[in-house]
Design a binder for this molecule. Structure first.
Ligand code: SPV
Ligand code: MG
Length: 287
């Protein structure tokens, strides 16, 4: 019995018009995303920290984020793209990060141009950016550290998150591409897609563009494709669905005093066994 294997993130981008990615924080979420037909899984810093009821504020260590991402990748035949925040420090930390993630079988990482420690992009608080030149140094450090040519580094600019506007986003994204980034991620917390659309309309296409449409959820995937996006990340919908589902379920048990009425709405134990590949494991007893 072998672990699943599959394409690298670079291969997936090359073969897929629009790579659709779901956020997750553990192997179970990753496998459910894969079963639903997603092309890749985003090991989300928000999800991984929320799963421990800790803030997405560089509180967990690189090792803890890596363990979460690696546990997902081990269970999947689609690639994980690991949200590596700021790269966990300076160029030295970035180098160590790439060594460790690559050794763990992760084929893509994403770094953002905020200061370490960073705060989640939607949280009220300091969203100060690192200088363009310093972040380019981190990208160069990451690209110089990779052992396999296929390893993929996404450079994420938080220019729009910081209110610096589309022009600054473009300037930074071009600089990051020239520093060696394999793709650029333009993040936005706007209630509309307008500023991301504005970025895409001016982007010259020298690298694939990644978006995270959390606050502008109405943008249909067909229109996202037409706008020239290469990778779309649904970063936290799974986590939010989990919160709603667990809350509803636990409150219902408390309220009703038995679980009869719940049965038709929750997964069967058999379903859980299948996700654990129990039958394949049991077959090992008699090989
Ligand atoms: C994450 O999912 O951790 C992200 C996306 O980085 S966001 O939460 O929008 O910053
Ligand atoms: Mg994150």
């Amino acid at each position: 019995m072998q672990r699943p294997t599959g394409p690298t993130f670079r291969q997936t981008v090359e073969r897929t018009e629009l790579v659709r990615v779901a956020g997750a924080h553990d192997a179970l979420g990753g496998v459910l995303a894969q079963q639903a037909g997603f092309n890749a899984v985003w090991s989300s810093s928000l999800e991984v920290s929320a799963a421990r009821c800790l803030p997405d504020a560089s509180v967990l260590s690189m090792t803890e984020y890596l363990e979460a991402a690696a546990n997902m990748q081990k269970a999947l035949s689609i690639p994980v793209i690991a949200d590596c925040d700021t790269g966990y420090g300076n160029n030295l930390n970035v180098t160590h990060m790439v060594h460790e993630y690559e050794a763990a079988g992760i084929t893509a990482v994403c770094m953002e141009d905020k200061l370490f420690p960073k705060l989640n992009s939607f949280a009220a608080g300091d969203q100060t950016l690192l200088s363009t030149e310093e972040f380019c140094g981190k990208i160069r450090a990451a690209k110089n550290a990779q052992a396999d040519d296929d390893f993929y580094v996404v450079a994420r600019t938080e220019a729009l998150i910081n209110g610096l506007g589309v022009e600054e986003g473009l300037t930074r994204a071009y600089a990051y591409a020239e520093a060696g980034a394999d793709a650029v991620l333009i993040h936005s917390k706007s209630k509309t897609k307008d500023e991301v659309e504005g970025f895409l309309a001016q982007w010259d296409g020298r690298r694939p563009v990644v978006i995270v449409p959390t606050t502008y959820p109405e943008w249909h995937v067909d229109d996202i494709t037409k706008a020239g996006v290469s990778v779309v990340i649904y970063a936290n919908q799974g986590l939010r669905a989990t919160v709603s589902s667990l809350r509803t379920t636990f409150e219902a048990i408390q309220k009703h005093g038995d679980t009869t009425h719940l049965e038709e709405n929750i997964a069967s134990v058999k379903d859980v066994f299948a996700l654990q590949r129990l039958a394949e494991w049991q077959a090992l007893e008699s090989v």
